[in-house]
Design a protein around this ligand. Structure first.
Ligand SMILES: NC(=O)c1ccc[n+]([C@@H]2O[C@H](COP(=O)([O-])OP(=O)(O)OC[C@H]3O[C@@H](n4cnc5c(N)ncnc54)[C@H](O)[C@@H]3O)[C@@H](O)[C@H]2O)c1
Length: 266
């Protein structure tokens, strides 16, 4: 039976996947996976607050305005606590609430372990672990204060499950294992606030990040394409269904879990 207040032409099970009027914060939202998540959620009814380093996002960002909800871009570095806190405060004021959080900002360094510099390690950990930790903490504090609960979807990687040798991404791999560890711990702590915390682990997905790795080392393209049962790279849109499921009421009994979306790296 359809619920009142929502179009009765939409079956009840499909209505659970809608995120109408939810306010979702997406870091790394200017492009790549972050932007695809923002667009998919906006198409399912969400209002989007996108955070990124770039001065302004490219023209593709305006696709969000065709989705009917509200959206706004905020320039901030997720590794700068003061700036990030002021940005999350602004978002809560501008939108009135925060219901979802996707800390998708991330970086990668592909260099042999013995050549990884202290900067490689520090930069990677700062963005991929500390940036994720702080973003989720600041958003979860708003959700907790509202008393309405919420959903957090972190982005780990197949690199957060195993060695991806012959790739040489030791700092990145450590950071993606850390994301999964963080999810386990804070899912336990935040359940009492009705906040669910999960992660997805994408395989090789065509974005600027993957392109930069393949340009620096052309042998990587063949390696990536042959890394899964489907023998191809994924598109960012192919992750959106899983993210929407985790962000929405389609997954109200799911927390503390990681979901591989990798074309079958089996
Ligand atoms: N593309 C893949 O194959 C793949 C696979 C597994 C996991 N991931 C993860 O998905 C996430 C998104 O990756 P992507 O492929 O879209 O990369 P991308 O490089 O295309 O986009 C990353 C975005 O994060 C932003 N960013 C980086 N540092 C930031 C900072 N300090 N503050 C704010 N924003 C910052 C960048 O400006 C960029 O817009 C990352 O966490 C990445 O590790 C990607």
């Amino acid at each position: 039976m359809a619920q009142s207040g929502i179009s009765s032409s939409i079956p009840e099970v499909i209505q659970k996947f809608l995120v109408k009027d939810k306010v979702v914060v997406v870091t790394g939202g200017a492009r790549g996976l972050g932007f695809s998540f923002a667009l998919g959620l906006a198409q399912a009814g969400a209002n989007i607050a996108a955070i990124d380093l770039d001065v302004a996002p490219g023209p593709h960002f305006e696709r969000l305005s065709q989705c009917g909800g509200k959206h706004r871009y905020y320039r901030a570095d997720v590794t700068n606590y003061e700036v990030l806190k002021a940005t999350i405060d602004s978002i809560a004021r501008d939108f009135g609430s925060i219901d979802g959080c996707i800390p998708a900002a991330g970086i990668i360094r592909d260099r042999p372990f013995l050549q990884h510099t202290p900067e490689d390690l520090i930069d990677t950990m700062n963005v991929n672990v500390i940036g994720v930790f702080l973003t989720v903490q600041l958003c979860a504090a708003k959700m907790s204060a509202q008393g309405t609960g919420g959903s957090v979807v972190c982005i780990s990687s197949t690199a957060g499950h195993r060695s991806l040798f012959p790739q040489t991404i030791s700092a990145y791999t450590a950071s993606k294992y850390a994301v999964r560890g963080l999810v386990k711990q804070i899912a336990s702590e935040l359940a009492q606030h009705k906040i669910r915390v999960n992660s997805i682990s994408p395989g090789v997905i065509k974005t600027d990040m993957l392109e930069s790795v393949m340009q620096a080392n052309p042998t990587r393209r063949k390696l990536f394409e042959s890394s899964n049962a489907m023998q191809r790279l994924g598109n960012s849109e192919e992750l959106v269904g899983m993210v929407l499921c985790l962000m929405s009421d389609a997954s109200t009994f799911t927390t503390g879990q990681d979901f591989l979306v990798d074309g079958g790296q089996i």
